[in-house]
Design a protein around this ligand. Structure first.
Ligand code: PMV
Length: 339
């Protein structure tokens, strides 16, 4: 008997960044991180068991067969196959299931690759949840899923819950806050694939002279930021989020060899947002960047229209992505008896 599951898992944007690993095998971070889970910027994944038992075999194709969900063309790449098969093995083993069977996976993203949205976070959390759901363990193992997923892609462990998640060591936990519900507007400056991938960035930052005190700075900011989230303190929030984004990019700019994701337009947009009072916390808005050139503007959902009009007036040609905070990965359906 075969069966199929469909899940959707959002990306997340870190405000205190995971950059540098203390254990690269298990993806244990050098410092804690704090993130906002997104909603519709997500990965959809379907996993179907074609045959039970026998040598493990994984078939895949892109989003072509998910007719009812609008996904961008996206192919699971052959170069990612070893990593994905290792992840199947890891999750199967954890649940005491033999590494066997003929499986078919289909997956697609709602956002373009290279959009400054972490596709490994949504992709791996979706895959982990899909495998667990296919084994009937998605509910009973809710606490373990982020840990398993983390071993495939670190930041994916923050996509199982939301909106606010704190990841420390092995554990990612939901944070209680008293903050506004947020929208994330992404300025799509560059869509091409990154020149320095995150695995390399995690290694290279350790050569920066700024690395030595990185943990101290993060410890301070993460405490303060949690205070701001509890108190609804926008001014402190915006200043800390700006500082932290610049801190991560300064690590890139000062590592050896140094590298930068920024383009002239990244700098121009940062300058404009600074002049609008975002850096100093004069307005209810905060700026961050992932490891890429694209700028994220976090604002209260009720101010979304105001900011979109303002941005479009200044950058009429620029593509924007707009999303809101969300609750994390979900199983959409689980069908038995399919073939
Ligand atoms: O999960 P990884 O290994 O792709 O690392 C991503 C790290 C950043 O996105 C740059 C920051 C973060 O905390 O998400």
């Amino acid at each position: 008997m075969g069966f199929a599951v469909r899940v959707r898992a959002p990306s997340n944007i870190a405000l205190i960044k995971y950059m540098g690993k203390s254990d690269p095998e298990l993806n244990i971070p050098s410092n804690p991180s704090l993130s906002l889970t997104l909603n519709s910027l997500c990965t959809w994944t379907e996993l179907e068991q074609i045959q039970d038992g026998g040598e493990f075999r994984l078939e895949w194709n892109g989003a072509a067969r998910m007719e009812d969900v609008e996904l961008l063309p996206f192919d699971l790449r052959e170069k990612d196959r070893p990593k994905i098969e290792r992840h199947f093995k890891r999750v199967f083993q954890f649940f005491g299931h033999s590494f066997s069977g003929h499986w078919r996976v289909r997956s697609g993203n709602t956002f373009p690759a290279g959009a400054g949205i972490a596709s490994s976070a949504s992709g791996f959390s979706a895959l982990t949840l899909a495998i667990a759901a296919a084994l009937g363990r998605d509910r009973s193992a809710q606490a373990e899923l982020p840990q398993l997923s983390r071993q495939g892609s670190g930041s994916s462990c923050r996509s199982f819950q939301g909106p606010w998640v704190l990841w420390q060591g092995e554990n990612a936990t939901k944070l209680s806050t008293n903050f506004d519900s947020l929208s994330d507007i992404v300025f799509l400056i560059e869509k091409s694939e990154k020149t320095v991938g995150s695995t390399e960035a995690h290694l290279r930052v350790k050569s920066s002279p700024l690395w030595e005190k990185r943990n101290e700075r993060v410890s301070f900011r993460i405490q303060e930021l949690q205070g701001c989230l509890l108190m609804g303190n926008w001014s402190g929030f915006s200043q800390l989020v700006w500082e932290e984004a610049m801190d991560m990019h300064e690590l890139f700019h000062t590592s050896s060899p140094s590298f930068s994701y920024w383009t002239p337009l990244t700098r121009e947009i940062l300058g404009w947002l600074e002049s609008e009072g975002v850096r100093s916390g004069k307005v209810r808005a905060a700026v961050t960047l992932d490891a890429g050139p694209n700028v994220h503007l976090l604002i209260p959902q009720c101010d979304q229209r105001y900011w979109l009009d303002k941005i479009k007036a200044r950058y009429p040609e620029l593509e924007l992505l707009v999303d809101q905070e969300g609750p994390g990965a979900q199983v959409v359906w689980h069908a038995e008896g399919l073939k």
